[in-house]
Design a protein around this ligand. Sequence first.
Ligand code: SDX
Length: 432
Amino acid sequence: MAITASLKLDDKEYPLPVIVGTEGEKAIDTRQLRAASGYIAFDQGYGNTGSCESQITFLDGDNGILRHRGYPIEQLARYSDYVETAYLIIYGELPNATQRKEFGLRLRKNAAVEMQMQKILEGFPTNASPMAMLSAMVSALPAYYPDLATNNFEKDLKNFDLAAAIAISKIRTMVAMIYRYTHGLPYMFPKQELPFAENFLHMMFSEPYQDYAAAPEVAKALNLVLLLHADHEQNCSTSTVRMVGSSAANLFTSISAGVNALSGPLHGGANVAVMQMLQSIHDEGDDGTRFIAAAKSGSKSNRLMGFGHAVYRNFDPRAKIIGDACDVVLKKLGISDPLLDIAKNLEQAALKDDYFVSRKLYPNVDFYSGIIMRAVGIPMNMFTTMFAIGRAPGYIANWKEVASNPKGRIYRPRQIYVGAQKRDYTTIDHRA
Ligand code: SDX
């Protein structure tokens, strides 16, 4: 039986339909509100507004639940790997053996990046933001694959499988190229025989005469980090991909916009900010109290990075998984990282501090991810590009939902104008 909400306004009543999701989430459908009442709903930052119905990821922020196509993140982290989870997120089902083989082959065949793209990269100074370089290279993909990026939903969906494989595989290669370029190293070309993570590590760390052979635990750790970043519902950058895609912009162009949104320190850039924070605490011999005290000032620029979340009001399940994995990975690699101890002490101190407890601020995915990436040998300024590799399947799946929605509309939020009211032009000699 349909549920209806009723809104009383200016002595009138407006019935509003209620939408109920498969996990019992409820929304008041306000699509007809403005036409019926002249009012719009207002929700700065959309924290209480649903922009779409989606079948990809379910988040329960109060209970720290994260599922991709119904599969709990804890099970995927334990039993799956990044490529298989990418397939699940994009196509909606875990692949059978044939599908997994074909998908892996598509990724391997499309791992190489066109030589001309090196010129885009080399147009940047070597100290430029790796995320700026990445978004520039991704936004150039339509020029190399015009048939896959026609900016016509119907045509682009016909070639979606290849475009998706190109996006996932080449973003990974581009990140390795950015590392090599910014470190003055010759590019390492992908090896088709290597699995996804091992190929990335090869392109990052092999030398012209000495291949880098990834230790199994290193490849496993990298798979875990990428898998845990694969999708996360309507976060800032994924919503950006949907927003840009809603204009019928192609997959690559939409992902490039998402990469730019991800680069912000309040979002994907937080993993770098966390490590800078931990390193600063370490270098000053502090035990974190200074940072915690500063974080309680309430100013956005002093926040305890890696803490808090726009949705989770409980532990971010990914943070727990990565935090547990840190000990295992570092032990297997024979590494002891003082920043891990500092992170743990900081977590314990914050979780006992009423400021954080009262605001339900817990560690998020970025709090520990940098520890593992550092252990694997990824330099800190590349951490956010690693997030972009991980998130590519989520961007792709969300773009596909927008592109294939027959009732889809261009994203065009409204506003409440609070500026100057009507006034007449004055010539310059009549102005104060
Ligand atoms: C990611 O959305 C996603 O799903 C993102 C992500 C994904 O997978 O895509 O999960 C990845 O972006 C994780 C978040 C990474 N960012 C950080 O770690 C940066 C530090 N955290 C924040 O700045 C903050 O918590 C946000 C941006 C993540 C969330 O901000 P909100 O939801 O807008 O929270 P808010 O600003 O309304 O804060 C509520 C209160 C405020 O205090 P009061 O005004 O009530 O007194 O909590 C305080 C804030 O000052 N607060 C913090 C804090 N985060 C929020 N205070 C200190 N340190 C923090 N980290």
